[in-house]
Write a protein that binds this ligand. Structure first.
Ligand code: CMC
Length: 428
């Protein structure tokens, strides 16, 4: 294959180098485009064809349904690793030894207290506030009680910032739910595992002894691993671009949480369950909703279907579908919406509209069913996604800052008015 790409504009040829990734992905390096062409730019709404960076964290092949973190298959990690091991892998690049993992966990535990004044901020929110809005605000508020910026040239500073947010974030996650439910705000238990502690902080009742449930722990561990990173998606790109202005880690993460909230991204898990409930309430006629999704005059989309990158199947959805069956059986929960979901998926997978557009169930299609079986309220689903995505966001932010990437600042093609003479208000 040639090492360059040639672009001809108005009879003039320009050569651009090709960049090849370790999995043989090819990109045209257009860093010099504007300079050599006298200001010609590219346009690509939604960045469907634009690589924003080179990254060594996550590999995704949408055609073949492959997802790997630092070279390890998602199937292996979901089956054999713990969420904390995966977090370490994403952030530091290698699977930890037992000693490294224990130290990482111990350092996180040291930092798993948030300033008590954060409770006052939480107190000011109404109970009806959406937990994602609350989580984003509290994450941003953390900057008021911690160093606002990280010296990215200091490994120690970077490490401190990472263990701080890994420790404090689960507390904020638990508090957003406890606030909604009117439960007292408490701290975690240092004697148990990371995921065990998340569940305990969420569900511990003030008047009852808390009993660990290994089914819930395993299910959450798996869900968090499956959500832990997904290369340059909307929220991750947001974290990288906010961080590229040298805004601090917590502020960048807070922006990522807001990006994740939308129903086309992480908010889909809540939207899926609401859609399945609506289908059930409506009598369970999946065909009617399929027709709505295909009607171009109707804004309705089949939530939990389709993906910007996966055009064959979403490997995370495959794992979650099996997990949903297992968890519901283990917990003895019968949820009619699981049957509706399976029926809908079967119909869509053989429907010409969906087949032609390569629309398959994505990670969010079945996850809400598991969350609900675990007793997690629907509005908390995207918060759980954020908890899983945290190590991914951190690793992407760290990569961007340590590689000294330039500030993210796209170009545009202006389509507004040409120069107009200003008229004073009396003359308009
Ligand atoms: N239901 C019905 N039609 C759809 C759907 C859907 N869920 N998704 C895409 N289409 C159609 C779309 O109308 C378009 O049709 P046409 O070519 O006739 O105009 C075609 O498929 C291509 O869609 P697109 O919107 O150009 O694709 P995209 O890559 O811009 O969007 C997506 C990807 C995930 C935003 C979209 O598929 C969608 O809105 N899905 C529902 C929301 C959802 O489940 N989001 C979670 C994504 S996975 C979790 C995560 O990582 O965030």
């Amino acid at each position: 294959m040639s090492e360059t790409a040639t672009l001809e504009i108005n009879g003039q040829k320009h050569e651009f180098p090709l960049i090849k990734g370790t999995e043989n992905e090819v990109a045209i390096d257009i860093k010099t485009l504007r300079g050599v062409t006298g200001g010609v730019t590219t346009i690509d709404p939604g960045y469907k064809n634009t690589g924003s960076c080179e990254s060594a964290i996550t590999f995704l092949n949408g055609e073949e349904g492959v997802l790997r973190y630092r070279g390890y298959a998602i199937e292996d990690l979901a089956e054999k690793a713990s969420f904390l091991e995966v977090a370490y892998l994403l952030i530091f690049g290698e699977l930890p030894t037992k000693v490294e993992l224990d130290k990482f966990h111990a350092d996180i535990k040291e930092e798993s207290v948030v300033d008590d004044d954060i409770k006052k901020i939480l107190d000011a929110f109404p109970k009806t506030a959406h937990p994602m809005g609350v989580l984003s605000s509290l994450t941003s508020a953390l900057t008021a009680f911690n160093p606002t910026s990280v010296n990215v040239d200091s490994e120690e500073d970077m490490y401190r910032a990472i263990v701080k947010i890994m420790g404090k974030f689960p507390v904020l996650v638990a508090w957003t739910m406890r606030k909604q439910k009117g439960l007292p705000l408490d701290y975690g238990d240092d004697s148990i595992g990371y995921v065990e502690n998340v569940l305990k902080m969420m569900f511990k009742k003030p008047n009852q002894e808390y009993v660990e449930n290994s089914i819930l722990i395993n299910a959450l561990d798996k869900l968090l691993i499956l959500h832990a990173d997904h290369e340059q998606n909307c929220s991750t790109s947001t974290v990288r671009i906010v961080g590229s202005s040298h805004a601090g880690l917590f502020a960048s993460l807070s922006a990522g949480i807001s990006a994740l909230w939308g129903p086309l991204h992480g908010g889909a898990n809540q939207a899926v369950l609401e859609m399945l409930e609506a289908i059930k309430e409506d009598g369970g006629d999946t065909k009617k909703f399929m027709a709505k999704a295909k009607d171009k005059q109707d804004p309705f989309r089949l939530m939990g279907f389709g993906h910007r990158v996966y055009k064959n199947f979403d490997p995370r959805a495959k794992i979650i579908k099996v997990a949903a069956d297992e968890v519901l059986a283990d917990l003895g929960v019968e949820d009619p919406v699981l049957d509706i979901a399976k029926g809908l998926a079967a119909e869509a997978l053989s429907d010409e509209y969906f087949v032609k557009r390569k629309l398959y169930p994505n990670v969010d299609f079945y996850s809400g069913i598991i969350y609900r079986a675990m007793g997690i309220p629907v509005e908390m689903f995207t918060v759980m996604f954020a908890l899983g995505r945290l190590p991914g966001w951190i690793s992407q932010w760290k990569e961007m800052r340590t590689r000294k990437e330039p500030i993210g600042r796209p170009r545009q093609v202006y389509t507004g008015e040409n120069y107009r003479e200003f008229k004073t208000i009396d003359n308009r």
